[in-house]
Design a binder for this molecule. Structure first.
Ligand SMILES: [Zn+2]
Length: 363
């Protein structure tokens, strides 16, 4: 009997060991991609690992990606390992393979951060960097409150006043959009999209071409946490409602699927999500993708943890009591302790994988 809770890990290093072990045991072909730009907090090397299952020329490919937002990899890695340990690879339909991408953002996973080694939010980094960046006037208006000089009761109260005034004018979801929609003006801020394609961006594109270039149909699941009701996995379609793949995703996931642009999601509309890279790199394949977003805590608590984490890394001291407290809070907000949440994560992931395989093979 597989213990689902034990498929989840407390650290990146533990997750990597478990993932590679479970993938090897399941007969997967493993590949490791070394990130030369950063080390873990223990000084250890950082890798993105992939495991591939099924025939090399499979027409259908199920792809699962963890850790796009670093710390959210505790969730995605756990789901991937649960899939491996419960025999997922042995249950693949005919002419169907699977590719598991573990820790696409190993720095963020290892350091308990959403961002990568460049302080970049990967899910805002897949814009066309040769074109002008999307504007975010809301972020500009509250940037100083987002990253205060000090982190104490006075600055916290001041930030709350600024946010409340903004929400009064633009609504709570408007505030969430200003903070989390993505920005390209403050490299030391949060939800920063970067000024060029990151290592993870370039690496996942190469993996897509190499591993999925022969597939006719690709079904992607990208694991996230931090929005929505505790333990619930919202299936978010990140392509615009007019896109061809939107209708396909709707057929696969039905009314369970939500859309930021359609106004049915807990997520703000986001520029440059990672999933955009797959149809770009695989123009001849039918790519259908969703982000599965698991709820943890209320939005202000989650966004507060992200701000605090950014402050610690930009202006604080990781080794101080405050630094350690804020980091522990960050982990809990994106990876709640206890068995219940993890079991809910896997139940929903298992169900979603089933819908994806059905879509791939009957589409
Ligand atoms: Zn996320």
């Amino acid at each position: 009997m597989v213990s689902i809770s034990q498929c989840f890990s407390e650290s990146y290093a533990e997750a990597r060991t478990k993932f590679c072990g479970a993938a090897a045991e399941a007969g997967g072909a493993l590949r490791s991609y070394f990130n030369p730009h950063a080390k873990g907090p223990d000084g250890g090397n950082l890798y993105l690992d992939t495991a591939r299952f099924g025939p090399a020329d499979a027409a259908n490919m199920l792809v699962m990606i963890s850790s796009t937002h670093g710390v959210e990899g505790h969730c995605g890695s756990g789901a991937q390992i649960a899939w491996l340990r419960t025999g997922g690879a042995t249950k693949l339909p005919k002419d169907t393979g699977a590719l598991l991408v573990h820790a696409i953002n190993p720095y963020g996973f290892a350091w308990t951060r959403r961002v990568n080694e460049d302080n970049v939010d990967l899910n805002r980094n897949f814009v066309d960097h040769d074109k002008g960046y999307p504007k975010n006037d809301g972020y500009l208006a509250i940037a100083d409150a987002i990253l205060p000089a000090r982190w104490d009761d006075t600055s916290i109260a001041e930030t709350e006043r600024t946010f409340a005034a903004y929400a009064q004018k633009h609504g709570a979801f408007g505030l969430q959009g200003a903070i989390s929609g993505g920005q390209y003006t403050h490299p030391d801020g949060i939800f920063y999209g970067g000024a060029k394609p990151t290592w993870s961006n370039r690496t996942i594109r190469a993996i897509a071409r190499e591993e999925l270039g022969r597939a006719k149909r690709v079904g992607l699941i990208d694991y996230h946490t931090g929005l929505g009701p505790f333990g619930h996995g919202e299936l978010i379609c990140t392509v615009p409602p007019g896109a061809k793949s939107f209708a396909r995703a709707k057929a696969w996931y039905g009314d369970e699927m939500t859309s930021p642009e359609g106004g049915t999601s807990t997520s703000a509309i986001v520029a440059g999500p990672m999933l955009d890279s797959f149809p770009q790199e695989l123009p001849d394949a039918e790519v259908t993708s969703i982000a599965i977003e698991y709820g943890t805590y209320a939005v202000p608590e989650v966004l507060g943890a992200v701000r605090a984490d950014n402050w610690v890394h930009q202006r604080g001291d990781l080794k101080s009591t405050l630094g350690r407290e804020l980091k522990a809070n960050m982990k809990e907000r994106f990876f709640p302790a206890g068995d219940k949440w993890r079991e809910m994560v896997w139940t929903r992931a298992d169900q979603t994988i089933g819908w994806t395989l059905k879509g791939l093979t009957t589409g």
